[in-house]
Design a protein around this ligand. Structure first.
Ligand code: SF4
Length: 265
């Protein structure tokens, strides 16, 4: 199964997810990841015909009043977006651009006026087939939600369990935003009751500020708390930051960058 609905009161509708990683494989291993049985690796070969069929069948079903009434609460009975996301990093698929085409085709065939969203850690945005897919998304009213949790090499090692600091992120963010409208998404949480260190927050705000000053077009930033528990080893050490803490960080980002910042504690 590649297609799954996520009903969300907060977004006021149903996001239709397309999961390119049914093998639970990701090239990162974030401390807060909610994927059970997460393994390091890449997306498997995708059966494109099956994906198209599943998606179109589901969209036909989900746009009937009966399905919406049975599965979504009043006020959330509409499809808000088609989201390339799921149980791992979607851009690790070597068929990424073909998948994007299939999703655009399905959406247009069903005459749905909804955006296509890619939820990504941004690590492969420089790869040719990913760039092709991103450009197609950009031309079809899509949006990239780019994961940027920490800006220092140490912070990224601790939170995302990957190598590379600010310089690398800046290149990737520039590459993504050059192909498709891009929004930054950031997860903030405590470790052993301590929020991220001041130096880490300074580096994060500075990175965003530098990007904006360099002319990188960003749509905005979304700051998330830990909405659901992590399924990774060490999950018991993680906790939620307060809504006030998150809002104070949002204010710092707004002041430094002028970008709109949404907060979801
Ligand atoms: S990038 Fe996403 S799927 Fe991969 S480990 Fe991080 S949170 Fe999980």
């Amino acid at each position: 199964m590649y297609v799954y609905p996520v009903v969300s009161r907060r977004s006021g509708g149903v996001s239709v997810g397309v999961n390119l990683n049914p093998n639970n494989a990701c090239n990162w291993a974030c401390a807060y990841c909610q994927v059970e049985g997460l393994v390091r690796g890449a997306a498997p070969r995708i059966d494109l015909e099956l994906l198209s069929q599943e998606l179109e069948d589901f969209l036909r079903l989900a746009t009937t009043p009966t399905w919406m009434e049975e599965h979504a609460p009043a006020g959330a009975r509409r499809i808000t977006d088609l989201a390339l996301s799921g149980n791992g990093e979607p851009t690790t698929s070597t068929q990424f651009d073909e998948v994007v085409q299939r999703v655009i085709t399905a959406r247009d065939r069903l005459e749905l006026d909804v955006p296509i969203v890619l939820i990504t850690n941004g690590s492969r945005v420089h790869v040719e087939e990913v760039q092709r897919g991103l450009r197609s998304m950009g031309g079809a009213g899509g949006q990239v939600w780019f994961k940027l949790d920490r800006a220092t090499a140490t912070g990224r090692e601790e939170v995302n369990r990957i190598q590379g600091g600010a310089e690398r992120i800046a290149d990737q963010l520039t590459a993504a935003a050059g192909c498709c409208p891009t929004r930054v998404q950031t997860c903030m949480f405590t470790v052993d009751d301590q929020p991220p260190a001041e130096a880490e927050l300074d580096a994060y705000v500075s990175l965003l500020e530098d990007q904006v000053k360099a002319g990188v077009q960003l749509d905005g930033v979304t700051l998330y708390g830990l909405a659901r528990p992590s399924m990774q080893p060490g999950a018991e050490r993680l906790g939620r930051v307060s809504p006030e803490w998150l809002e104070a960080l949002a204010e710092r980002v707004r002041a430094a960058t002028g970008l709109p910042v949404a907060v979801h504690p």
